[in-house]
Design a protein around this ligand. Structure first.
Ligand code: F6R
Length: 241
């Protein structure tokens, strides 16, 4: 596991470089994308590069990590809406090749098909991840088995509280999600995780201590071959000393 401690702006640029390198070097790149506040700066940087004519998403396929159960893609709090708004509407990606798990209909069936679709596309080349303050990645909350594929999950109270900032009131936050499982994520050939801010210190400290336990979902990454963790210098600078 590689660790990079950098100012936030530089993290966005470096991670955008990792994406750009893949997109320009592979004919049909497969991206694994995340929502939440963490990756937005990376998406802005990618949009800028597209607008400057340095990058094209024409041949890109993308798979997002998760979606709230009960929200369809037109709902302004759905992750499909988020992705359109923060990235897809601003670049030349073919929206038919952008996949977000479906949070409506038969969730079990949607979940089963999602892993099959990822595999059929050739698997994810590069997965970007944020991390929840309880150590979740995607919506794999503490206790999720490491061998879980895409499934329906219940959000913890901590996650509901963390995500309430995006909603009018905490009662509006969906309590269930469809999420890629830890095993689905681990299949990605390369993983980049970004952690920004003090509420991530606890989970990151445990991760860097080498913990591998169901209690800390992100810790499954300690067993992956190619993970780079980007930590903001303002919060994690003390680790350099
Ligand atoms: C989002 C996702 C979540 C977030 C995590 C951190 O697709 O999978 O695991 O990455 O909840 O959220 P932010 O970035 O808002 O702190």
């Amino acid at each position: 596991m590689k660790i990079k401690i950098l100012p936030t702006d530089q993290i966005y640029k470096e991670v955008a470089d990792v994406f750009s390198n893949l997109i320009t070097s592979k004919e049909y790149p497969i991206l694994g994308l995340a929502t939440g506040s963490t990756p937005v700066g990376v998406y802005n940087e990618l949009i800028k590069r597209y607008q400057e004519g340095k990058l094209s998403f024409k041949n890109v396929t993308s798979f997002n990590l998760d979606e709230y159960v009960g929200l369809d893609g037109n709902h302004d709090q759905s992750y499909r809406y988020f992705m359109n708004h923060h990235l897809f509407n601003h670049v030349d990606i073919d929206k038919n090749k952008t996949f977000v798990p479906l949070g409506i209909g038969d969730i079990k069936d949607n979940a089963k098909k999602y892993d099959l679709m990822i595999d059929a596309a050739g698997g994810i080349d590069l997965q970007i991840l944020g991390i929840g303050s309880d150590g979740h990645i995607a919506f794999n909350e503490p206790g999720t088995p490491f061998d879980a594929l895409t499934h329906e999950a219940e959000l913890t109270e901590m996650t509901i509280k963390d995500n309430a900032r995006f909603f009018e009131s905490i009662g509006d936050v969906p309590t269930r999600a469809i999420t890629m499982g830890l095993a689905s994520i681990m299949k990605a050939r390369k993983i980049v995780l970004i952690a920004l801010g003090k509420n991530k210190v606890d989970a990151i400290t445990r991760l860097l201590n080498g913990e591998v336990s169901l209690d800390l979902p992100v810790s499954v990454l300690n067993t992956h071959q190619d993970v780079t963790i980007y930590l903001d210098k303002e919060t994690f600078g003390y680790l350099e000393k």
